[in-house]
Design a protein around this ligand. Structure first.
Ligand SMILES: [Zn+2]
Length: 257
């Protein structure tokens, strides 16, 4: 165990210092001035003479702290050498790796980069561009499995009238070719009818990617039919229509005010 020379200033830091230097043996010391080095200077790598202590270099990270790393000098050939500081690099990696996991978790809950940055002001300040960069670096290392054989289908409904009767046409079609894969006419479009239609025309035991409009019932219906085999994507064309429609409505309201 490294020898830690305490003084009144760092007395309370003993538990932290012991953990940081836990992997070093008794030949190392952390001096009362905060220098990490070998108690007995090593031999010169060039002429093999015993070296002597020769001050320190400071390594720091903004708002995290800094460390003094001991230097050695050979009195015979003037060669200098610095103590290994891998523990310091390891500490930074541990901290930034866990921050990376923290950013990923918050992003998966749809917290914006700006929102994460505001939260980080309480912990360890990071700008939103830093968070974006670290998040992207983190995601590049993720191994995302790609299943090339996932079936991609679009689901849609039309409301044709047969005489005076309102009918409902449920359709599944291929998004690339726009060709229908299944097309049936029903008297209603209840959840039960939609579920039976999907079960009849799609293999619910295989992964499937389904594109739908923004009907609020779909997520529940689809996840009941396909469970964890499902990837549900809302149709961007329908989203555009909703935005345009909402915009027109707002303009009308403004005009009437
Ligand atoms: Zn030397």
């Amino acid at each position: 165990m490294v020898t830690i020379n305490l003084n009144l200033n760092n007395f309370s830091e003993l538990p932290v210092l012991s953990e940081v230097f836990g992997s070093y043996d008794n030949s190392y010391e952390y001096t009362a001035d905060g220098i990490f080095r070998k108690k007995a200077s090593p031999f010169c790598p060039k002429c093999n003479s015993p070296m002597v202590h020769n001050g320190y270099n400071i390594y720091g990270k903004k708002e995290l702290g800094d460390i003094k790393i001991g230097r050695y000098k050979c009195p015979n050939c003037n060669c200098t050498h610095e103590e290994n500081r891998s523990f310091w690099e390891g500490l930074k990696s541990t901290l930034f790796d866990s921050l990376g996991d923290f950013f990923k978790l918050l992003r998966s809950h749809n917290v914006s980069h700006e929102g994460i940055s505001a939260v980080m002001d309480f912990i360890y300040p990071r700008s939103k561009s830093t968070i974006l960069r670290e998040f992207n670096n983190n995601m590049e290392q993720e191994n995302v499995s790609r299943d090339e054989n996932v079936l991609i289908v679009c689901y849609d409904e039309q409301h044709p009238k047969k005489g005076r009767c309102q009918k409902y046409r449920l359709t599944l079609f291929d998004p690339k070719t726009q060709r229908p894969l299944a097309d049936e006419l029903f008297d209603d479009k209840s959840s039960k009818t939609i579920k039976n239609f999907l079960k009849k025309h799609l293999d619910t035991s295989e992964p499937v990617f389904i594109v739908t409009d923004f009907d609020k019932r779909y997520p529940e219906i689809l996840s009941e039919v396909f469970g964890d085999k499902l990837v549900h994507q809302y149709c961007l064309m329908h989203l555009n229509k909703l935005v345009v429609h909402g915009f027109q409505e707002k303009q009308l309201l403004n005009r009437n005010c």
